[in-house]
Design a binder for this molecule. Structure first.
Ligand SMILES: Cc1cc2nc3c(=O)[nH]c(=O)nc-3n(C[C@H](O)[C@H](O)[C@H](O)COP(=O)(O)O)c2cc1C
Length: 335
């Protein structure tokens, strides 16, 4: 942890987690405002490499300059939904310091794809992924229409897309992460991206699917069998877990906090095994991004050795402060 961040963290951890998030992002947005620029129409999408900021930190693309200013190599903005939504009632964001973890049930609070589009027209030069999902009130049958509208609208601005059906905080969302259901949807999303890219005269931005670590063995095996032929350009592994089994935080406290997904240290065990399994089935050229408890250089090296092309962090930024980004990046420079 950085020398300045250690005492600052003691202070910040005395305040409610969501307040601190909003406050810091607001201050940093003003600070890094000058980094915004107007991208050229038709700019070629760039693949995410190095150390990225995982989805959920920058919910609104107007805050992308924060990720650029902090020194990330790339960022995923979102999850964005078709319509703006406020997310779950507060409190919905909790620190579990004994576990170096966060528990959240934010529920996709976001400005919606149209407000996002307006902000994306003036954004910093950082490689930007657009993470898209399903609105809380959207019925499952409308998933495809919603995702197609998102990719059609945002193809001119995205370096890559991530389809997120793996968050635990939108009821029924994870049930849609189902090969039989997704096959046709993903093909049509590819067509929609291709049509939009033709219109904007730029190469088609790749689309990655975000998975979670709670798939049962049979569902995981089915996923691995399906992925090689699926119309996706890669995978992000993974999202938060609903499991509470690895936690040191007293069970009464965890029960009192209630539902949500856990991120940070508890996600690390087994991540490399999942990455190796994914790399073994993904055809050459498909992109693999690792996320889950990555907070030190050895873990970056382990994830890369297991087949990841890039890594993302969220929880480490809260526990270690921004200096962790440089430390992790140096692990890439000296393997
Ligand atoms: C407060 C919070 C909000 C999140 N929101 C989203 C989200 O909207 N969409 C998404 O795909 N992942 C979301 N995530 C998951 C992260 O992108 C990441 O996959 C996960 O936290 C594991 O990485 P970490 O252990 O480095 O935090 C969120 C995580 C946290 C802690």
């Amino acid at each position: 942890m950085g020398r300045i961040y250690a005492p600052l963290r003691r202070l910040l951890f005395l305040l409610p987690a969501e307040f601190v998030h909003r406050f810091s992002v607001g201050v940093l947005r003003c600070f890094f405002r000058a980094l915004r620029r107007t991208p050229r129409i038709g700019e070629a999408p760039r693949l995410p490499r190095g150390i990225g900021l995982a989805a959920g930190f920058v919910k609104h693309p107007r805050d992308l300059a924060v990720a650029a200013g902090l020194g990330f190599d790339f960022v995923e903005a979102g999850t964005l939904t078709r319509y703006p939504q406020g997310g779950n009632p507060q409190p919905r964001l909790f620190r579990l310091p004994l576990d170096r973890a966060i528990l959240n049930r934010m529920g996709f609070n976001n400005p919606g794809i149209h407000a996002a589009d307006a902000s994306l027209r003036r954004r910093p030069g950082i490689v930007t992924g657009i993470n898209i999902g399903k609105g809380k009130r959207t019925p499952a049958v409308a998933l495809e229409a919603e995702l197609r509208e998102a990719v059609a609208l945002l193809t001119p601005a995205a370096d890559f897309f991530v389809v997120n059906l793996s968050s635990p905080n939108t009821p029924g969302l994870r049930a849609l992460l189902e090969p039989a259901l997704l096959d046709g949807v993903l093909v049509r999303l590819r067509d929609a991206r291709a049509a939009a890219a033709r219109f904007w005269q730029r190469p088609v931005p790749p689309l990655l699917l975000k998975l979670h670590p709670d798939l049962e063995p049979a569902a995981w095996a089915a996923m691995l069998a399906w992925l090689p032929g699926a119309a996706v350009d890669g995978v992000v592994f993974g999202n938060t877990t609903v499991s509470r089994s690895a936690l040191r935080t007293p069970a009464v406290r965890v029960a009192e906090i209630g539902a949500g997904g856990v991120s940070g240290e508890p996600l690390w065990a087994g991540l490399d095994e999942r990455l190796r399994a994914l790399r073994a089935v993904l055809p050459a050229g498909r992109h693999l991004i690792a996320a889950g408890g990555i907070d030190r250089p050895e873990r970056v090296r382990t994830a890369i050795a297991a087949g990841a092309d890039a890594v993302e962090i969220y929880t480490a930024l809260i526990y270690e402060g921004p200096s962790v980004i440089g430390r992790l990046r140096r692990a890439l420079a000296r393997p």
